[in-house]
Design a protein around this ligand. Structure first.
Ligand SMILES: CCCCCCCCCCCCC/C=C/[C@@H](O)[C@H](COP(=O)(O)O)NC(=O)CCCCCCCCCCCCCCC
Ligand SMILES: Nc1ncnc2c1ncn2[C@@H]1O[C@H](COP(=O)(O)OP(=O)(O)O)[C@@H](O)[C@H]1O
Ligand SMILES: [Ca+2]
Length: 553
């Protein structure tokens, strides 16, 4: 056995076959040898993908030692299964060395290599499990698939099974987090959002920064967030990892992978309402969410069921959308790029926005200042009647739509995509929805437009019969009882003047005209509402008029 600083070599046996094992720089490989010492196939594992090395013949589940000798050691590593290598499993190979001494040296050298090359791996994690997310299998998924991998990799974890909504967020905001390298959510996008709010909020609290001030520069966050998918849509996991698979996600966490992510901050006037990473949607997606809350017992299917109901209600809503376009020279939502870890557009954006930053550091936020947003171009205004207005920081791909709401959106370029679907006939809208599930371009339709943007504002047309206070109040009622969205027409009178009455009559005539064109109106919407609600990563927002900014994290 030769031992240099980065090169270790010896012959080993795997089963009955003889191999030459080599640890060289960043790789551990073993090459099969035939009887005449001729090389056959080689298996090579980057040290960065080694999960653990243990003496003896070790099994992971149940963690027991099979019959072994003092010449054996076992290597656990990331093995790519399928889907273009996106699904990962735990690979395990048991090696038998010529002597106990050599075995000890191999184990020691591999452990040293792990320590040297893998300094970004977590040692201690705080895990939050939502036992009611998705199919209610969060606990089981964690205990049977994830915890054994963490244990094997020497990661200690403190587990909190939540008993109420926002418990995880409050825990992160208030409790002592010393010693934790990251927080893990076992749940869906809603649960991820809780952790995100906790992590961003905590960091700003400690830095004495007000998140409500839209012009403030946010403090970078040190704590990483890991996601084990156990929810209904799980699009943050799907769009970043490429698959919704708890073992794959656990392995990404174990080897210390990290991916910066854009975040959209949603303000109402000068109050921060929420942050979003996937969907901020008004109209169809808002209505689907409001409807789906009544059918939570159905689990993930509630979205499909509610989607059908809302589709049949055939609604559209008036609105004014203002947006600040991103630089079209850099990327476009109509190009055919697909953003993955290491994406060129994202790394160039980091460099352009923050020339002296370290793009590989952990989850950190760096908000573009108000000044730079305002000085970077003209706001464009679009007014009309929309089936839906959707904003997404990332592609928002999920198993329901593997290419997502905006297939070429970037994970971390400081921009989002604004999708405007104008009012159209039911068949047109169905075509739009259906194209999310096929290879056909969902933006190549005359009533759809998509823009890559830095910021967006949404307001209701001033000539409507809206009263701010009453409108927000009516949304609060919808939040308490989503059925209200279907029952009541959210409209309010302002005064009794002649002009008002004339406008009211005109509006009524337009409505009657629209009604004649309506193809179907289910029992849930005999009186279509004038205002929808915003769906922000699966939460209904309490305001209609909002402004959104995309931030690079
Ligand atoms: C005809 C087939 C149409 C398929 C249309 C698929 C569109 C899929 C777009 C997916 C965007 C996902 C954005 C993610 C949002 C999540 O953050 C958020 C929270 O997730 P969580 O519950 O895991 O916490 N999820 C959601 O808000 C759910 C939105 C899901 C919308 C699905 C709508 C299905 C529509 C089916 C319409 C069928 C019409 C058929 C008429 C006969
Ligand atoms: N123990 C709990 N009881 C009730 N709600 C919870 C609990 N833990 C988390 N939540 C909330 O449930 C919502 C949905 O959770 P999520 O994990 O995203 O599941 P799903 O994908 O099925 O919507 C989140 O907004 C989260 O705040
Ligand atoms: Ca983006």
């Amino acid at each position: 056995m030769e031992i240099e600083s980065v090169r270790v070599e010896s012959s080993v046996w795997v089963g009955k076959k003889r191999f030459r094992a080599l640890l060289s720089g960043w790789y551990f490989s073993w090459t099969e040898l035939d009887k005449k010492n001729r090389e056959k196939k080689t298996i090579s594992v980057p040290i960065g993908e080694v999960v653990a090395v243990a003496e003896g013949r070790v099994e992971i589940q149940p963690q027991k030692k099979a019959e072994d000798t003092d010449r054996d050691f076992t290597l656990f590593y990331v093995k790519r299964r399928s889907s273009g290598g996106r699904i990962w499993t735990l690979g395990r190979t048991q090696f038998c060395c010529p002597s106990r001494d050599l075995r000890d040296q191999w184990v020691a050298q591999l452990k040293t290599a792990l320590k040297t090359h893998c300094s970004s791996r977590p040692h201690r994690l705080l895990v939050f499990i939502n036992p009611y997310g998705g199919k209610k299998r969060g606990k089981e998924i964690y205990l049977s698939l994830v915890a054994p991998l963490f244990e094997l990799a020497g990661i200690s974890s403190h587990v909190v099974v939540t008993e109420r909504a926002n418990q995880a967020r409050d825990h992160i905001l208030k409790k002592d987090l010393t010693g934790f390298d990251g927080v893990i959510c076992v749940g869906g996008d809603g649960m991820f959002s809780e952790l995100l709010h906790g992590v961003i909020g905590r960091t700003q609290q400690e830095a004495g920064i007000s998140e409500h001030d839209p012009t403030v520069m946010l403090q970078p966050c040190d704590l990483h967030i890991g996601i084990i998918p156990a929810g209904s849509t799980d699009c943050v996991c799907f769009a970043t990892v490429g698959v919704n698979d708890p073992v794959t996600s656990a392995l990404h966490i174990v080897i210390g992978d990290s991916q910066p992510l854009d975040v959209c901050s949603v303000h109402h006037q000068s109050t921060l309402v929420r942050y979003s990473v996937s969907l901020v949607g008004y109209g169809f997606y808002g209505d689907v969410l409001a409807e789906s809350e009544r059918h939570r017992w159905m689990g993930p299917l509630r979205y499909d069921y509610s989607g059908c109901l809302v589709y049949l209600c055939n609604r559209s809503y008036r609105g004014i959308v203002q947006y600040l376009p991103a630089d079209p020279q850099i990327s476009s939502p109509r190009d055919s790029t697909r953003c993955l870890s290491g994406c060129r557009v994202c790394s160039e954006s980091t460099e352009r926005l923050f020339p002296h930053s370290d793009s590989c550091s952990s989850l950190y936020s760096r908000q573009l200042s108000q000044y730079s947003i305002e000085s970077e171009g003209e706001w464009i205004s679009v007014e009309g009647r929309f089936r839906c207005v959707s904003l997404t920081c990332i592609s928002s791909s999920c198993p329901r739509s593997p290419k997502g709401l905006s297939p070429s959106a970037h994970l971390a370029d400081g921009t989002g995509d604004l999708i405007l679907v104008r009012d159209t006939n039911p068949l047109g809208f169905l075509t739009y929805l259906h194209r999310h599930t096929t290879t056909q371009d969902q933006f190549d339709l005359p009533f759809v437009e998509v823009h890559r943007v830095k910021a967006v504002r949404f307001s209701l047309p001033p000539d409507g019969d809206y009263d701010d206070e009453e409108r927000e109040q009516s949304i609060s009622e919808v939040l308490e009882d989503p059925e209200k969205l279907c029952e009541s027409d959210i409209e309010f009178s302002k005064d009794g003047s002649q002009q008002y009455l004339a406008e009211r009559q005109k509006e009524q005539e337009m409505k009657d005209e629209r009604k004649k064109r309506e193809f179907f109106c289910g029992p849930c919407c005999s009186k279509p509402p004038a205002v929808s609600v915003w769906n922000c990563d699966g939460e209904i927002l309490p305001y209609t008029e909002i402004s959104c900014r995309f931030k690079y994290f």
